[in-house]
Design a protein. Structure first.
Length: 107
């Protein structure tokens, strides 16, 4: 039995879905850059909602990476790793790092 027709159809679906998922992850990466820029221009108190959104994105990307084994870009993988711990201490640490010129969290 030849299953090439089925496999080819699934490969086309895989290609299309992979491209779409890459576009979505690029959106989240761009959004993180925007949030980090806004944090740099904010006071610590004003930045809390921005951090809330960053931590929500971290949760989404962590789910994609670990639950669904979706390969993220190196930058997003670094972001997922660095923003795993969501505490007041880490918010203050990242706030200071961003205010001091850090553009992206890296491990």
């Amino acid at each position: 039995m030849d299953i090439w027709g089925i496999m080819e159809k699934e490969l086309i679906q895989y290609r299309d879905l992979t491209s779409s998922l890459r576009i979505h992850t690029m959106y989240y990466e761009d959004r993180c850059h925007s949030l980090i820029s806004q944090i740099k221009a904010s006071s610590f108190d004003e930045s809390q909602e921005l951090f809330d959104e960053l931590f929500a994105i971290q949760s989404y990307m962590s789910t994609a990476l670990y639950k669904y084994s979706f390969q993220l870009s190196d930058k997003l993988q670094s972001f997922v790793y660095c923003f795993e711990r969501q505490s007041d201490f880490m918010r203050k640490k990242w706030y200071e790092d961003f205010k001091n010129g850090l553009d992206w969290p890296e491990y």
